[in-house]
Ligand binder design. Sequence first.
Ligand code: F0G
Length: 469
Amino acid sequence: METIKTIIEPFRIKVVEPIPFTTRAKRAEMLEESGYNLFQIDAQNVTIDMLTDSGTSALSSRQWSALMLGDESYAGASSFHHFKNTVKNIFGFSQILPVHQGRAAERILFSELVKPGNIVPGNAHFDTTRANIELRGAKAIDLPCKAWVEASDEDFLGNIDLEQLEDLIQTTGADNIPLVIMTITSNTCAGQPVSMHNIAAVSKLLKKYDIPLYIDAARFAENAYFVKNHEHGYKERTILSIAQEMFSYAQGAMMSCKKDGLANIGGFIALNDSDLAERLKVNLIVSEGFPTYGGLTGRDLETIAVGLTEVLEDDYLNYRAASARFLWRGLNRLSVPLIQKPALHAVYVDAALMLPHIDPEQLPGQVLASELFLEGGIRTCEIGTAMFGKTNEKTGKQICAKRELVRLALPRRVYTQSHFEYVIEAFANIQERKDKLSGFSIVHEAPVLRHFTAVFSKVLKTSQSPVML
Ligand code: F0G
């Protein structure tokens, strides 16, 4: 029985990368120059970068040494076999196709499976998944469990709503549904996990209608952590065996290895259907590369193979959860409104509740993200109307998103507790002046994915109409 309860980083630091510090005046200048758009700010001016947990992991010494073993042969490289055998062991599928990142897996898989007019249901599709489905002329439908929409204390808020799924199959017809995708954890549902029970139940339902189930496995180890710690009957199981069980219910998986692959680039498609795999390989060769490297170097394949093994370690996942909890609790103590449950890959702030005086039309999430940069050089990401809303062409008004969130993503093995203390202090300072913050309007926007390049401007709210500052 261990007597020390503190969960510490299960590593010591061998290489350090200096982080930049800037003055408040300089940050104010940069915000104005960038049109209050944090995607337009250079990383060299960001003190704590919480824009994404994707491709931002720190590599371990084991990964750096594996990287030196990278076999860069065009065909049949030993690094491919290392990668393939590791993926096979965890995911249990026989056909493994490497790709350069998750969205390439989506594009290639859907090019074979999805036809115009099809419906692709899921618990909550990630935006590139949705975009790749829509590019095929099909429709992506999210059927998250009711608990997420209504806010709840349940543990598995990423679950798919089974009743809605069956209703949809019956009204659409199973022939029109080429696959169902379960995203674990559900990034679009604030990183909330999916229970084993739900995966098994969806699989059983889909078998009845002969519809294949695919898993978007970007954060599968974090999902397995939740199953182990919150689902009855899994406490004594290893994360590996939980992962193996999760995938045993599916016909295939797609993964962006930039998350739980603990790698900076990479992904794969995994499945058992060898005929389908042969067809996918044709597309893979044309658009990514030969099927034993799929757009990756031998070094990348080695890095992912080691990363996929390290991500399953209890010490790593316990520390990951503890650090997410530390940030979540610190903000909760300040009464910052948060999504009900701490996820592992990010903490989500409800900006509409934090800044209730700013109408969703005036982008409270973008205002908060910009204020965090001003306060501490902290870069986060708005997930609300700036990202998912639209400008009504006739009225010029915003068609708002369902929620106005700000995501504080947690790069893996990168920041320590004192970095999070710094972020918490920045929030404390903003809490004190939050009532004085004014909203934003959109001055310029691109026709698609507007959040990357949009230019925002501060508005001064009057009783009549918004006035530009
Ligand atoms: N699926 C999920 C659940 C994701 O979160 C992402 C990426 C992808 C697929 C696409 O993978 O980036 O390798 O092409 N999410 C990143 C994020 C971009 O910041 O959440 P990719």
